[in-house]
Ligand binder design. Structure first.
Ligand SMILES: *Cc1c(COP(=O)(O)O)cnc(C)c1O
Length: 380
């Protein structure tokens, strides 16, 4: 089986983990957590960072630190991985779902702005829903597939409607807009180092912000809100969300190799784009000022499901797009801002194909030929 997307472990990770094991520094204290946080800061140019146990807990803490709580509303993508919605739900806030654009597959800001104009009023400096009287406090835009949404358009809307921005940049490590790194465009950004992300720590996450005091609040909350370690004094309900040293050691090793990973991802995408028939296949579009990390290759076709069955028989692993959030039982009653339900159309027509760092050019040729054969011979 050619896998969809699996991690590659380099030598540095092995050496750093060995160091943790030999010195006994395997848990929540140790130099690798600091070094890993620093490596993300210097790579992204975002001044402050706090490592956490995964992207989901990172989003949860980011929302909590910004004061999002019961009775608030938070705007987010209808087409995303469920963790985005889960993290909003943990705070007690109500997500409002926004459809995506058919070309870039990113949050549709024109649609959102028109909806805000009609459905909200300004009261003091708050954006209040006319129907429910609830306050919309924040937006969590997602970098879908690591590609970018219109960050400047969103900043403008957020300013006008007084919304906090938490960038779900979990898929976007390495992505830049006008040479500025993803995660930089809101109040807080969150990266994930889950097994299938651009780099991995097995499981892990990083919260980043230009705002020093937000990150110190987040660090405090992530370590049981302890103010006096000796007397076990905690000044609020905290969490145990921090990343352990042994996993940060893996992260530091991965970061030393991130340029090689990004180069390979870009090459894989380019090969697919040049060799898959444009008659049958569309790729995710990229805005002009975006330099994206090519984290995942997903192709849009009319025969998505049949293609997946065919490739499965050829021992090539694929995945459909995420089921849109408004179709999941726990989120089906949420407000969904949409005209044409683009989320559903993308769900029905997109298939992710293998794009691991270790994918060989022979394997990629097998995949390309299989897909072209499927369209030229099989379904004819
Ligand atoms: C991976 C991912 C997350 C969550 O990250 P974990 O580290 O798996 O908790 C959140 N949002 C999106 C869009 C993701 O792809």
């Amino acid at each position: 089986m050619i896998p969809l997307s699996v991690p590659h472990i380099f030598d540095s990770e092995k050496n750093y983990v060995q160091d943790c094991l030999e010195t006994g520094w395997v848990s929540s204290a140790g130099k690798y957590v600091d070094a890993f946080e620093e490596s993300i800061r210097s790579f992204t140019g975002i001044e402050h960072s706090c490592a956490v146990m995964n992207g989901t807990s990172g989003l949860h803490l980011a929302l909590t630190a910004l004061g999002i709580t019961h009775n608030d509303c938070v705007l987010t993508n209808n087409l995303t991985f469920v963790a985005t919605l889960n993290s909003i739900s943990y705070t007690g806030a109500e997500p409002i779902l926004v459809d995506v654009k058919p070309d870039t597959w990113q949050i549709d800001l024109e649609l959102l702005e028109n909806w805000l104009k009609i459905n909200t009023i300004k009261y003091k400096d708050k954006t209040v829903l006319i129907d429910s009287k609830k306050v919309i406090k924040a937006i969590v835009p997602v970098y879908v597939m690591g590609n970018a949404y219109d960050v400047f358009g969103l900043q403008r809307i957020a300013k006008e409607y007084n919304l906090k921005i938490i960038e779900d940049s979990t898929e976007a490590l390495g992505t830049k807009i006008n040479s500025t790194h993803a995660g930089n465009f809101g109040d807080i950004g969150v990266f994930s180092f889950n097994g299938n992300k651009i780099i991995t720590t097995g499981g892990g996450g990083m919260i980043v912000s230009k705002n020093k005091s937000l990150i110190s609040t987040i660090r405090h909350l992530s370590t049981t809100a302890k103010t006096d370690p000796l007397n076990y004094f905690h000044d609020e309900i905290g969490y145990n969300y921090r990343l352990v040293n042994v996993l940060a050691a893996i992260g530091l090793g991965q970061m030393e190799n991130i340029q090689a990973i990004l180069n390979k991802k870009q090459m894989i995408f380019k090969n697919y784009k040049e060799n898959l028939s444009p008659l049958h296949i569309n790729f995710q579009a990229t805005d002009k000022n975006v330099d994206w990390n090519h984290w995942m290759v997903s192709i849009k076709t009319k025969e998505s499901e049949k293609l997946r069955e065919y490739l499965d028989k050829k021992d090539i692993q694929t995945r459909p797009f995420w089921t849109p959030m408004n179709e999941l039982p726990m989120f089906k009653d949420l407000t969904y801002i949409s005209l044409n339900n683009v989320s559903k159309e993308l769900f029905n027509s997109c298939t992710s194909i293998p794009c691991s760092f270790d994918l060989t050019s022979e394997e990629q040729w097998i995949i390309i030929e299989s897909i072209n054969t499927f369209f030229n011979d099989v379904i004819k």
